[in-house]
Design a protein around this ligand. Structure first.
Ligand code: ADP
Ligand code: MG
Length: 635
């Protein structure tokens, strides 16, 4: 039995197709211009292989419009179409003459065909109610006119057209359903669309643009000077840049050129701190130009910020912010990636997620990391400027994904060193460690100044050990994610065990604590559940008390959790507090004396000691009135 062909309601099918493929109506211009560029590429290819008398300099694409007639026309002097190719290319949906051509073509680096799916042309119907294509194939005498109103098929008739090439005239739909189609029939809008999507199409795109200048009127003013007035005229202008800057060699595109490109393209007033040029060949070939900005955009640390690199394929912009090629820990990087090898999906608005993308991403990750490391090593001042804006992001990069990128980023983060009073890397900290120091000490507080005041710093500093200050919310999480650096554990100076005591010192301290057990138990009882234990301090030298913690949660983390809005469970996360009392401090002697003579007074003192420790740690005091009463009792 003979097979039957599918039949379809062409009007519905066409509408269904174009409206479901494309999300932005404005891409119609990109598609029609891409076809014109392909047509020129084809003729160019033939002119080389068959030695035809056409010259490369004459190739051009023209975009014109007529507001009164509501038409936009894209013309090219490419290969053109005869009646048969109109039938098979414009009459058959999803048949791509360009793909056929690409298959027959031998490897030729000078041809860069864009088309492949055979649907782009119909995107003209997103904005038009009638499309007319006049075309004359190169080397033929007859020109043909293809017309369609999208709905019920098309007609092809002979027509007049003196030169080879194609002209696509789109009659723009009336404004309806809240859509402002008229907007497209406008010099400014069309130019903007050409720049946006087709800036790097490699053939010149001409438009007649209005230019203005002060011109002499021929008359003179009172003082006899020639009168001038603002006059406008139309000027044939090439609108696109053609050769993208990232395709040019380093000799052809200076750093200054690239900076200018960056400032314009990414609307930054500041120059970036670094330009990374990538020219990769191999499994996936692509070119990239990446920029490390100096200043963070105002919304960088908010949800509104959209990271990603701009993606081009064969000179046509595919995606504005492609996240799949940019590692999240380096989400501040801006730039473009251009590859002819991408497997695009049919709308060319999205990509198939595949190995090519992940290859590009991991290459780019290495390049960025190396450049940042180089900057840190060779141009520290510049790095510090960059770090001011994006250091926090790098630390988030350590924490994110349970530390998946911690190793990549750990040598790029800086912390304030107490001894050196400047930002240092973890490597620099470890290298400066004196003999005998086995841990990396850190102090958490809301500022460096506050960190330095923490009583617990005394013993560590006395040993000649440096302490890094963790002053941002993310810092402690970053340090905990890393757990070690260069096999040295991180150690919170407000934690319980600083690993500093010798065995002997430990024994001595244990014995002393045993001796004072009664008074310490008294303090614990008085303060109650607010602390998990009360100890004689092994860290304090000149200060009377401090608060340290046992277990996983530190005081800084408690503060952080308490500050998360709308998360009542998180807000309840509490550190296990330890009240440490300095056994050699006069305050302790006074406490003991009171304990022997007047238990009520000793209880007041114990309560005051706890609140003092809280205040020193920068923690809020629950009942400030009680505390005030206690203090005034002393008068
Ligand atoms: P694609 O570009 O993916 O092949 P299109 O739907 O955009 O699909 O175009 C279909 C075909 O129509 C093209 O492959 C090409 O053969 C032909 N065509 C479209 N526009 C032109 C043009 N300006 N000059 C010559 N041929 C064209
Ligand atoms: Mg096309």
């Amino acid at each position: 039995m003979a097979k039957k062909q599918f039949k379809a309601e062409s009007k519905q099918l066409l509408n269904l197709m174009i409206n479901s493929i494309y999300t932005h109506k404005e891409i119609f211009l990109r598609e029609i211009i891409s076809n014109a560029s392909d047509a020129i590429d084809k003729l160019h290819y033939r002119s080389i292989t068959e030695n035809l008398p056409v010259s490369r300099e004459d190739f051009k694409i023209t975009v014109s419009w007529d507001e009164d007639a509501r038409t936009i026309t894209v013309a090219d002097n490419g290969i053109g179409m005869n009646k048969e190719s109109m039938e098979s290319n414009l009459g058959v949906i999803a048949h791509s003459g360009s793909l056929d051509f690409k298959k027959t073509m031998e490897e030729n680096p000078d041809v860069d065909i864009i088309g492949q799916f055979g649907v782009g042309f119909y995107s003209a119907f997103l904005v038009s109610d009638k499309v007319t294509v006049r075309s004359k194939a190169y080397g033929e005498d007859t020109a043909w006119c293809w017309t369609s109103e999208g709905a019920d098929g098309y007609t092809i008739k002979e027509c007049d057209k003196p030169d080879y090439g194609t002209e696509v005239e789109m009659h723009i739909k009336p404004d309806e359903d809240g859509e402002d189609y008229s907007d497209f029939v406008d010099e400014y809008r069309l130019k903007e669309l050409v720049k946006k999507y087709s800036d790097y199409v490699r053939w010149p795109i001409h438009m007649m643009l209005e230019k203005g200048a002060m011109e002499e009127t021929g008359e003179k003013d009172e003082e006899g000077n020639p009168k001038k007035e603002w006059k406008t005229h139309l000027e044939d202008t090439v609108v696109n840049s053609m050769v993208p800057i990232w395709q040019r060699s380093k000799e052809d595109a200076s750093d200054e050129d690239c900076m200018k490109f960056y400032r314009e393209k990414f609307r930054d007033f500041e120059d970036p701190v670094s330009i990374i040029r990538v020219n990769a060949e191999g499994a996936v070939s692509y070119k990239a130009m990446l920029f490390i900005p100096k200043v963070a955009p105002y919304n960088f640390y908010s949800r509104d910020f959209e990271p990603g690199l701009q993606l081009y394929s064969s000179g046509v912009m595919i995606m504005d912010k492609c996240k799949d090629v940019l590692p999240d820990c380096f989400r501040f990087v801006r730039g473009v990636v251009d590859s002819p090898d991408l497997s695009l999906n049919i709308s060319r608005e999205m990509l198939q997620h595949d190995r090519q993308l992940s290859t590009i991403k991991s290459n780019i990750e290495k390049k960025i990391k190396n450049e940042l490391a180089r900057l840190l090593a060779d141009e520290r001042d510049k790095y510090l400027e960059f770090y001011k804006s994006f250091g926090t992001q790098l630390k988030y990069g350590i924490v994110d994904g349970y530390g998946a990128k911690a190793d990549l980023v750990k040598d790029l983060v800086l912390f304030h060193s107490m001894s050196q009073d400047r930002l240092v890397t973890l490597k620099e900290y470890v290298e400066a460690m004196p003999e005998g120091q086995s841990r990396i000490y850190y102090a958490s507080a809301e500022s460096v100044a506050r960190a330095k005041q923490l009583p617990q710093t005394e013993q560590v500093r006395d040993k000649g050990y440096d302490i890094i200050c963790l002053t941002e919310d993310v810092d402690e999480f970053a340090v905990r994610t890393l757990r070690q650096y260069d096999e040295k554990d991180f150690c919170d100076i407000a934690g319980n065990d600083l690993g500093i005591e010798t065995e002997e010192e430990k024994k001595e301290a244990d014995a002393k604590e045993e001796e004072e057990k009664e008074i310490l138990d008294f303090v614990k009882e008085t303060v109650g559940d607010k602390v998990s234990s009360v100890k004689l301090s092994r860290k304090l030298k000149t200060h009377a008390v401090c608060l340290s913690t046992e277990g996983e949660v530190s005081l800084e983390m408690e503060k952080y959790f308490a500050s998360i809005p709308g998360a009542p469970e998180m807000n309840q996360v509490k550190a296990q507090r330890v009240l440490e009392i300095n056994g050699s401090h006069p305050a302790f002697e006074a406490l003991k004396k009171a304990y022997a003579e007047d238990k009520g007074k000793a209880a007041d003192m114990a309560k005051i000691m706890y609140v003092q420790a809280l205040l020193i740690a920068g923690m809020p005091v629950d009942d400030i009135m009680d505390y005030s009463d206690l203090v005034f009792k002393l008068f």
